[in-house]
Design a protein. Sequence first.
Length: 246
Amino acid sequence: MQRTAPRLTRILACAAVPAMLLVAGCSSDSGGSGDTGASGAKDKATATASETPSPAQTTKTVEPAKFAKLPEACKAVTAKTIDALVPKAKTKAGTPAPSSDLTSRGGCSWNGLDDKGVKGSQYRWLDVSFYRYTSDLTLGSGQERARQNLAKELAKVQETQGAKKLRTVAATGIGEEAKTVTYQLRKTDEDFVYTSVIARSGNVLVLLSYNGAGYAGAPTPSETTIANGATTAAKEAVAAIAAANK
């Protein structure tokens, strides 16, 4: 009976305390230490501090994109190289590809038929495209995004329907990484030889395709001729990226 009054007083006192403080300051009447409330608050504060990320943890960074500009696609391959690779080009200045944002993507193509009279004709086509990737906290750096898309574009070329004698090799001296894919394709009743170069320079991806065929009895161009031509043009296209960003 002697405990009744003190216990009732304690219960009434706790009833006036906000609910969120009951656990800390109004523990059961078990005769525990009066430091229980202070200790609980301290433990809670410590737990909250440990759960709150530090500035170093909350600050996420990504590598800046290396290049901010793309070259003019139709000027990325020199006129001398165009004359050598696409004799009798319909438009020596090239035909630009449609683009809604030339800072992110651009392209150009050349094609022509070199008529050699009774010796037949040689057809050539050259196409170059540029894709620039920006750095993004969610998607990653521009360099990494370009690297990922290089793999995707390479897979697309390797899956070309009807391709024969397809061969993929690593190319040196073309950007930071590059692959060349050479194959043969039958179309318009002629045998075409193709070489595609997929290259990356920083955050820019270069896709270049060069192909040719012989018409009216003219011989089919050799794989070496097409591959060497594509490599020459690809090196110039990659060099144009750095030149555009000086």
